[in-house]
Write a protein that binds this ligand. Structure first.
Ligand SMILES: Nc1nc2c(c(=O)[nH]1)N[C@H]1C(S)=C(S)[C@@H](COP(=O)(O)OP(=O)(O)OC[C@H]3O[C@@H](n4cnc5c(=O)[nH]c(N)nc54)[C@H](O)[C@@H]3O)O[C@H]1N2
Ligand SMILES: Nc1nc2c(c(=O)[nH]1)N[C@H]1C(S)=C(S)[C@@H](COP(=O)(O)OP(=O)(O)OC[C@H]3O[C@@H](n4cnc5c(=O)[nH]c(N)nc54)[C@H](O)[C@@H]3O)O[C@H]1N2
Ligand code: SF4
Ligand SMILES: [Mo]
Length: 891
């Protein structure tokens, strides 16, 4: 294998090009690919830590049946037999596949073909149901196809970028960097953020509209009405290329700022400013993400946004258009192969008999699914009800990521036959499996992915699969073969599948369907190897892909006109007496979903290392909560125990919790156990951002923080959260009952309680213990009656420091750095490991801008994801300089 391989980042939908280089000592390093048109060499914190995840430690290395090692042949035979048996006894709709936007297009294509064409059911759905389904449904209602019209350059060429329900700075960091670079070059480019929370993205916006949760339709209906009132509708465009404008305007109601302000909770002046900016800016791009999609009114939110763009003719031209950014690396690829239960392959429609015939003829399949299958939430309800008797879960963790997650787990535990394909055994879904199939991971498998701007890029292997891991497409094809479909699944390599997928996209197309990559239908294996990133569509004969759709005003509806869908605003349902707050959930900067991969990188935990809930100071006061307390967040579905972060970033009435903490990293951080399984009636997407909850203080008798050189086999305290650290792990814990803390520390660290150093402050009750092997730290524990006030970065740093001077060893018992040792404070820039205290010191030394901090410390110079936080620290410092107050640890 060559030393350097061009591939694509396996995390977010920006789809950055990555160069992986193997060094002589076997080490792999990664860098951004300067030639990739998504990132031009940039990477974010997660992308640049990819090499840390290439460890075999927790990998699933061979198949297992019933918890015992098995060989591939036996495992595949069993899967085929169990699926065949269920189908024979209970029909094709008694089995299901639940797949993921994190498998490659080739894997996805095979899964969809097997289920829809050969098993004959449409019971294949994907975690994209939790992610993009409302956008898909909205696009199809408006455009007649699931088409993303624009391209990343539009954000750079726009004069106004409106980010709705998108924390772009943390979730699509490289695209955000491109936007920031464009703003720096052209200060006239304005950014508006529509998000109930003051996110890192909102913090740098020209205008932040912190609307009440789920009131977006009121805001955008109001905008449509405003554009009509001030004469900014493009009447020519509307007449030529659209239908439905009158109905949409009627549904939006009269222009009424005060009504919009009442529904959204925003100041009328802020709404007026926003409306004015949109009205006067033809080059407007509206980027939207999960604050829009993950809602019981998600599809209507999408169409309210699309209506504004269609009504003003701002679509399909440079620098303007609606832009749904995708979350997962291959969310788009999954949509292209028809991985959703209500879609057919190649953007064809399951409900269209001509399409069904076309696909069936193309596949030469014995049957074709005739009606939509079960959507994710319904699918797992059917598992629970015993209607699904065999399910194959691939590259997703429904036990953590679906709403009402405890019920999902109970369903899987009761299911007759569960197959899980994953790369790791450390997930909460793995224990539910009867058969475990080890999948080849990023860097070990070949195929293609499509990013948010419809750009198809290659993922390429640069290392041998761990153990007996095999690519997902192979496992699927082997099962298909064993179910009697050998000829149709006779693929030898991913290129065979890609060729077929490309050919199907072109079959009977002739411009009638948006997705057409016919130019690649005959691609040679060698050309697939070197395939450069391209945007679809690229029909047969086209030299290159196309950047934009709809510039010509023709759409994929029956009459070729776009549809403005009338959407009525419906206020969200709450239950203020029992559940006074609304739980909002989402992402943090340095973690990816359930942390199965980012969780392997100590540096990605330096920013935030615990499951938390962000709550407004007034709500905290009402609930009797203080910063760093623990809180029970509860809904009728379940509860979570989380660290409290009191912050004005939260809107009053809302609490925010990250989605990332699974049972692998915490006792009770699984937030989806709390989230309600309410879905959008059109898209079936859950409203993961809106669950009425109660929040109360958890009465802990003791709190602990520890660093240890090895992960304990189990923790078992009421609250705990583990995170890797250089040289070991760090642990937060707490309990409601008094326990023997010395014995607890001994059990967790595996050290003899009598052999360590310890210090008990009888007045405060603080207890500190440390164990050493020679001069090297083995474990240190800090217990306190209240939340433990010890610098986490300092204590964790000592684990990896090797021999400690006597003074440093004793400083552990004092609970703070002694002598010359400096506490760098909480890490802000995880790429360079720069803490808040270092930033503060540099600022006092004269580095008072984000750029100057970058020059002085290199903080914020690699991925740039922390730049808005550095800015916030500088602003706070300036304020505090005035007050002569010391600066606290960030976050
Ligand atoms: N670091 C990181 N990046 C990721 C991922 C990750 O796990 N970690 N996952 C990837 C995936 S799969 C996805 S889907 C994307 C998601 O990317 P985003 O959608 O940007 O991320 P989220 O944090 O889920 O939610 C975005 C925002 O929606 C806001 N919101 C909540 N309710 C409402 C509302 O009613 N209206 C509006 N307007 N906003 C609301 C939330 O406050 C939140 O800030 O991120 C991708 N990128
Ligand atoms: N409350 C709440 N819940 C949410 C969300 C939210 O915002 N709030 N967001 C939702 C969204 S948008 C999404 S996308 C989902 C994400 O949630 P999940 O889909 O559950 O996310 P992951 O934990 O990334 O699961 C991917 C799994 O695939 C494994 N894997 C990685 N590569 C491969 C491979 O090549 N083959 C196989 N077979 N396995 C592989 C990983 O180890 C991991 O276990 O969560 C959803 N749930
Ligand atoms: S922005 Fe970050 S996570 Fe997303 S593709 Fe690029 S490097 Fe990967
Ligand atoms: Mo997602």
């Amino acid at each position: 294998m060559p030393d350097s391989v061009r591939t694509t980042c396996p995390y977010c939908g920006v789809g950055c090009g990555v160069i992986a280089t193997r060094h002589d000592d076997g080490r792999v390093s990664v860098a951004g690919d300067p030639d990739h048109p998504a990132n031009f060499g940039r990477l974010c914190s997660k992308g640049s830590a990819l090499a840390d995840t290439l460890v075999d430690a927790e990998r699933l290395l061979h198949p297992e049946i019933g918890g015992e090692r098995a060989d591939w042949g036996a495992a595949l035979d069993l899967v085929a037999a169990k699926f065949s048996q269920a189908i024979a006894e209970h029909g094709p709709d008694s089995v299901a596949f639940y797949v993921s936007g994190q498998i490659l297009t080739e894997d996805y294509y095979v899964a969809n073909k097997l289920m829809k064409g050969f098993i004959g059911s449409a019971n294949i759905d994907t975690n994209s149901r939790l992610c993009m389904a409302s956008s898909v449904a909205g696009h199809r209602r408006a455009f007649g196809a699931d088409t993303v019209p624009g391209t990343y350059e539009d954000l750079e060429q726009a004069d106004l970028v409106v980010l709705v329900g998108s924390n772009l700075a943390w979730c699509h960091p490289v695209l955000f960097q491109r936007l920031e670079a464009a703003r720096a070059a052209r200060p006239g480019l304005r950014v508006v953020v529509v998000d109930p929370r003051r996110t890192a993205t909102a913090a740098v916006a020209d205008l932040h509209l912190a609307l009440r949760p789920d009131t977006d339709v009121a805001l955008f209906n109001g905008l449509l009405a405003h554009l009509a009132e001030v004469g900014k509708l493009d009447r020519t465009y509307l007449a030529r290329h659209t239908s439905g404008v009158e109905a949409a305007l009627a549904a939006a109601g009269p222009a009424d700022l005060r009504a919009a302000a009442r529904e959204t909770g925003l100041a009328p002046s802020d709404i007026a400013l926003f409306y004015r900016w949109v009205a006067e800016t033809p080059r407007t791009v509206t980027v939207y993400s999960q604050g829009v999609n993950q809602s019981v009114t998600g599809t209507d939110k999408v169409n309210a946004i699309l209506n504004v763009h269609l009504a003003s003719g701002r679509i399909g031209r440079p620098g303007c258009g609606p832009f749904s950014v995708t979350g997962q690396p291959n969310a788009m690829g999954g949509r292209e192969v028809g991985g959703l239960a209500n879609m057919l392959a190649a953007h064809m429609a399951l409900e269209n008999p001509d399409h069904r015939k076309l696909v069936r003829d193309f596949w030469q399949s014995p049957r074709i699914a005739e009606r939509p299958g079960l959507k994710a939430v319904e699918m797992f309800q059917a598992v629970r009800g015993g209607r699904i008797r065999a399910i194959w879960i691939m590259a997703t963790n429904p036990v953590d990521s679906l709403p009402d997650a405890d019920a999902v787990r109970a369903g899987l535990e009761a299911c007759e036959f569960v197959v899980v394909s994953d790369v790791t055994r450390r997930t909460d879904t793995v224990p539910c499996a009867h058969v475990l199939l080890p999948a080849a991971a990023w860097g070990e498998k070949d195929g293609t992915v499509t990013n948010s701007e419809r750009r198809i890029s290659r993922q390429r292997a640069f290392r041998a699969p761990a153990g007996e891991a095999r690519p997902d497409w192979w496992a699927l094809a082997e099962v298909a073969r064993r179910m009697g479909h050998a000829d149709a699944f006779d693929y030898r390599a991913p290129v065979d599948i890609f060729r077929e997928h490309a050919a199907l996209s072109a079959a009977g197309n002739g411009g009638r369907r948006d997705f057409d990559i016919g130019a690649h239908a005959g691609i040679a294996a060698q050309d697939y190897e070197t395939l450069a990133p391209f945007q679809w569509p690229q029909p047969a004969g086209a030299k290159e892909g196309r950047a934009r759709f709809f510039g010509d005003g023709s759409f994929y509806t029956g009459d070729g006109r776009a549809v403005l869908v009338p959407v009525a605003y419906v206020p969200p349902r709450t239950n203020p007496r029992r559940y006074p707050l609304v739980l909002n959930t989402g992402r943090i900067r340095d973690q990816w979903h359930m942390m199965t991969r980012t969780g392997l990188s100590p540096r990605l935990f330096t920013h935030l290392a615990e499951p938390f809930c962000e709550i407004h100071p007034r709500d905290a006061a009402t609930a009797g909560l203080e910063d760093a307390d623990l809180a029970v967040v509860e809904s009728p579905h379940g509860r979570a125990l989380l660290r409290v972060l009191v912050s004005e970033r939260a809107q009053q009435g809302s609490v925010f919790a990250p989605m990332h903490w699974s049972g692998q990293f915490s006792s009770t951080g699984r937030i989806d156990a709390v989230v309600a399984p309410e879905t959008d009636p059109i898209s079936g997407q859950p409203g993961s951002k809106f669950t009425p909850v109660s929040v109360r203080r958890f009465a802990a008798r003791w709190y602990g923080f520890a660093v240890m050189s090895a992960r304990p086999a189990s923790v078992g305290t009421d609250y705990w959260a583990l995170a890797p650290a250089d040289g070991g792990v760090r642990l937060e814990c707490a309990g409601a009952d008094d326990v023997d803390l010395v014995a607890l520390a001994g059990r967790l660290s595996g050290c003899d309680p009598a052999a360590g150093l310890s210090y008990l402050d009888t007045a405060s009750g603080d207890l500190r213990m440390a164990w050493f092997e020679g001069e090297r730290l083995l474990a240190a524990f800090f217990f306190s009656r209240g939340p433990v006030a010890v610098s986490r970065s300092w204590a964790s740093g000592l684990l990896a420091s090797g021999a400690l001077a006597e003074r440093e060893r004793f400083s552990l018992l004092a609970g703070r750095p002694g002598g010359a040792a400096r506490d760098i404070g909480a890490i802000v820039c995880s790429c360079r490991g720069i803490g808040v205290n270092q930033i503060a010191a540099a600022a006092r030394g004269g580095a008072v801008s984000v750029a100057a901090i970058g020059e002085a410390l290199e903080a914020g110079t690699q991925c740039g994801s922390c730049r808005s936080e550095i800015g916030a620290i500088l602003a706070r410092l300036e304020q505090e300089e005035a007050d002569h107050a010391p600066i606290a640890e960030a976050v």
